[in-house]
Design a protein around this ligand. Structure first.
Ligand code: HPA
Length: 272
């Protein structure tokens, strides 16, 4: 892992040249359109990066984008892999370790999620206040990598100051931004109605199949994390219909504009 990390980091650094991104943004299912908000983007396909896992799911292109958002240089990870594709949590989180090695101090993670709390409607945005790791896997299992500690603290995985900035940006833009607990499951099957009732009792407001690995590694590296779930559907058993990936991708696309607006505002507040 450390060899792949060093080689991939060197490749990204060479591609970035003099650019110094202040934040990395992980774009989830159907949220690639946020990338359209970048000005002067340059691209690097994951294929160019040793060990960088390539997404195999519709809605996930595999490329890094560097560009300007809200007057700040950012790096976007467009497309990610998931545990349900058979990837180890440490591979899922390799990009996060590369961002840390590049000196990036802010990680913004986005995902598509099913709404569990009654008030979370498809097309809405939820700011992640906290999470439940119900994948029962952990990207930090294994040897302790340089720059990390064995037992990282997880008291405040989602940065309070960045969340306040996101709330303020949403308010100024007249956008509704709910806030809640994200439950990260392994997938790939959607949940049963009984599992959704269980997650609700455990304190989850939304459920999805990503995000937790990146945040565990981000926090282990001292990176400030901010996360948004785009609510693409009501979770299993909470609406009459069945769940399909196509519906999830379509709903994510609708919320992309609002997400791009909030992200741009938050990034513009970061010091250059
Ligand atoms: N469950 C799990 N993951 C998801 C869902 C869901 O309902 N919607 C989008 N991603």
């Amino acid at each position: 892992m450390s060899d792949l990390l060093a080689r991939s980091t060197a490749a990204v650094r060479a591609w970035l040249g003099p650019r110094r991104p202040v934040a990395a943004i992980v774009l989830g299912s159907g949220l690639g359109q946020v990338a359209a908000s970048l000005t002067r983007p340059t691209r690097l396909g994951y294929r160019e990066l040793p060990g960088f896992p390539e997404p195999g799911v519709e809605g996930h292109v595999g490329e890094l984008l560097a560009g300007d958002l809200g007057g700040r240089e950012v790096l976007c990870q467009r497309g990610r892999v998931h545990g349900y594709e058979g990837h180890a949590p440490a591979s899922i989180a390799l990009p996060t370790r590369i961002f840390a090695a590049l000196g990036i101090r802010v990680l913004i993670v986005t995902n598509a999620a099913g709404g569990i709390r009654q008030t979370l409607r498809p097309g809405g945005l939820m700011l992640i206040a906290d999470h439940l790791n119900v994948s029962f896997r952990n990207a930090l299992i294994g040897g302790v990598l340089s720059g990390e500690t064995r037992f990282p603290d997880m008291c405040d995985p989602w940065d309070a100051e960045l969340r306040a900035a996101a709330r303020q940006e949403a308010l100024e833009a007249g956008l509704t931004l709910d806030e809640g607990v994200y439950a990260g499951v392994i997938g790939p099957s959607y949940e049963t109605p009984a599992e959704i009732r269980m997650l609700e009792r455990l304190g989850a407001d939304a459920v999805g199949m990503s995000t937790v690995p990146e945040v565990l590694v981000g926090r282990a590296r001292g990176i400030r994390c901010l996360g948004f779930s785009v609510i693409t559907n009501r979770a299993a058993g909470l609406s009459a219909g069945r769940l399909t990936h196509e519906e999830v991708i379509a709903a994510a696309g609708q919320a992309g504009q609002a997400l791009a607006r909030v992200l741009t505002g938050v990034v513009s507040r970061l010091s250059a």
